[in-house]
Design a protein around this ligand. Structure first.
Ligand code: SAM
Length: 190
């Protein structure tokens, strides 16, 4: 009887795991056809971005396009007294992020379904991380440059802010070495 119960529980757990991963893969595949698809940040870059952000308790940190939440879940664990918010356009990724947040009990973290190009609370954050393509980042900084508070720091993984913006603003490049490749983090302080 006990063995039968155990087998049933294992079977149900496996079934739910398969269904979850099936839908997750489906959503990621669908997102490949959008302007900025879901491509998760690597562990190495996550650690480097966290270093660059130089997080303090009093900071308010926003991630634009937070994907499945991995960057903020990592950062919010290391800085439990800092407030973190992720905005993401893909509802399923927001759902996954919130699920992980609940399981890991991160009370200093929020995931919201928002379009970054229509978000109206940028002035509430002093440090912003994004990993979007440069066309998108260019559009974003052009639209919201005047909304960001003075001294707000924008940190972009791999993609810069566009040539025009970079020719008239002080954007610092922070090189990151992998075993066999080099990436960059772009930093702009208003
Ligand atoms: C390259 S992925 C990066 C994901 C995550 N930041 C990470 O580093 O793991 C870009 C993310 O931005 C999201 N995205 C695309 N357009 C967006 C928009 N207009 N507003 C908010 N999120 C958007 C995508 O759904 C995707 O999850």
């Amino acid at each position: 009887m006990f063995i039968l119960l155990l087998q049933t529980i294992t079977l149900i757990t496996l079934l739910f795991t398969y269904i979850f991963f099936f839908f997750r893969t489906l959503v990621i595949l669908i997102s490949m056809f959008s302007d900025v698809p879901f491509v998760p940040v690597s562990r190495k870059m996550t650690k480097e971005v966290v270093k660059v952000l130089d997080i303090k308790n009093e900071d308010s940190i926003l991630e634009i396009g937070s994907g499945d939440g991995r960057f903020l879940l990592y950062a919010s664990k290391r800085y439990p007294n800092t407030k973190f918010v992720g905005i993401e356009i893909n509802s399923f990724l927001v759902l996954i992020s919130n699920l992980k947040k609940r399981i890991l009990r991160r009370n200093n973290l929020e995931f919201l379904k928002e379009d970054a190009l229509n978000f109206d609370r940028y002035n509430k954050f002093n440090k912003i991380f994004l990993y979007m393509y440069d066309g998108f980042t260019k559009k974003l900084v052009n639209k919201y440059e005047n909304v960001f508070e003075k001294n707000t720091i924008l940190v972009s993984n791999i993609f810069g802010f566009g040539k025009v913006f970079e020719s008239s603003h002080k954007v610092v490049e922070y090189p990151v070495k992998y075993i066999n490749k080099k990436e960059k983090i772009y930093i702009w302080k208003k």
